[in-house]
Design a protein around this ligand. Structure first.
Ligand code: PLP
Length: 409
């Protein structure tokens, strides 16, 4: 099979999952979004002033001066070990009974997810995701030639009744249960909703009953600025006599900077060992780990998290106020207690892909809802991100987007 879209004569030699996912329609739209001269409500990026440049510079200098020979060598350094300690302490503060044997440093949440997929998925396996879900995760699953099914969510997170119905139907049809369920329980990307405690317990019941693993992608869990934290699935799972079904993924991308490419996984030691084995040779640099270890060791990161929460809270409020002020009555949106995203739902007949160009002309970019499903759902929805754009620009963007939406309606 050759693909004229690319015009490269050897496409047929790519692996099947690669061939099947090449040249999707969103690539063109993605370029339009990235190049637009408009308020960037599309990017789920941290705002640039959140990056601790001075502190990272100081940490880098200290590492080079104090332990450069080790930090630049194969192997490790004391500061790199400190990163594991910080991560373990952090997991414990979040209610997990973690030991250092249950921690794996990764090159970020996406890398953690890739390792989990490689450890658990065979071609043809089934996995379950929230509908909608993080498009980066969907792209990852594409690589593994697996069947991805999405279960809807509402204001309380994943609809566990719908999940139970689907699991029972699979059982009745003598079909295999999913091997993995991927969830973003806190301030979900793209909807901003949080899975309630009751539903977390139900999800763990279902995992035990139907024998699957849960991947808990907690990219935003530390960025709560309203309400009470809900215990991580991994923590609730540990209280069960036959726990061990949850792999918890964390990342420094939103707490420090995406460019440091660092994160962590918390999993039972057996799982952690397999993830580490798959990762051999591909790990984040000892040097960067040393720098981050130095940085977290003096308590700066712990002190910075409340400041980040304040900044994102202000951003969220500005976006919600702007939506309230400018959007037509037919639009509805989520009100997140943390994280980066608002999910906007428009009347059924409006297609968010179709109005993207008009919105860009009016001064705003966003990501169309369809991109967060594996299929054609979500057409009348869009993800708006308040994490990146300057506040005034963001407000102007919402105003322009509202004009484009009113026009379409
Ligand atoms: C839910 C979720 N998981 C993972 C990631 C990727 O994180 P990382 O930069 O750590 O790979 C993102 C980034 O947008 C995300 O939204």
């Amino acid at each position: 099979m050759t693909d004229d879209h690319h015009g490269w004569p050897y496409d047929h030699l790519f692996a099947r999952p690669v061939q099947e996912s090449m040249g999707g329609a969103e690539y063109g739209a993605w370029r339009a979004i990235a190049n637009a001269d408009a308020a960037a409500l599309s990017f789920g990026f941290p705002f640039p002033d959140s990056f601790p440049r001075d502190e990272l510079l100081a940490a880098t200098e200290a590492v080079l001066e104090e332990e450069g020979a080790k930090a630049l060598q194969y192997g490790g350094s004391e500061s790199a070990d400190r990163l594991v300690e910080w991560t373990t302490d952090h997991a414990r503060e979040r209610g997990m009974d973690a030991t250092e044997d249950e921690i794996l440093l990764t090159n970020g949440g996406s890398h953690g997810l890739d390792l989990v997929c490689r450890a658990f998925l065979d071609p043809g396996d089934r996995i379950v995701v929230e509908g909608p879900t993080f498009m980066g995760a969907l792209r990852q699953f594409d690589k593994f030639d697996v069947a991805v099914e999405s279960i809807p969510l509402d204001d309380d997170g994943l609809d566990v009744d719908a999940l139970e119905g689907r699991l029972e139907a699979l059982e009745d049809e003598d079909e295999d249960p999913p091997k993995l369920l991927y969830t973003i329980p806190n301030f979900q990307n793209p909807t901003g909703v949080t899975l309630t405690r009751d539903r977390r317990e139900r999800l763990l019941d279902l995992a035990a009953e139907h024998d699957f693993m849960i991947v808990e992608d907690d990219a935003y869990g530390d960025l709560r600025y309203d309400g009470e934290p809900v215990a991580p699935l991994r923590a609730l799972d540990e209280e069960r006599p036959e726990g061990g079904r949850v792999i918890h993924l964390g990342t420094f991308s939103k707490l420090i900077a995406p460019g440091v490419r660092a994160g962590w996984a918390v999993a039972d030691e057996t799982v952690r060992d397999q993830l580490r084995r798959l990762n051999s040779g591909g790990s984040n640099t000892t040097f960067m780990r040393s720098v981050l270890g130095k940085y977290v060791d003096d308590g700066t990161l712990d002190a910075t998290i409340p400041e980040l929460c304040q900044a994102y809270e202000q951003r969220r409020d500005r976006m919600l106020d702007a939506l309230e002020e400018h959007m037509p009555p037919a639009a509805e949106w989520s009100e997140p207690d943390g994280g980066f995203f608002v999910w906007l739902e428009l009347p059924e007949q409006i297609d968010a892909d179709d109005i993207l160009d008009d919105a860009i002309d009016e001064g705003a970019t966003y990501l169309p809802g369809r991109w967060f499903y594996g299929d054609d759902r979500g057409a009348n929805c869009m993800r708006l991100s308040y994490s990146y754009e300057e506040l005034d620009e963001m407000e102007h963007g919402i105003e322009g987007l509202s004009r484009a939406i009113r026009e379409a309606i």
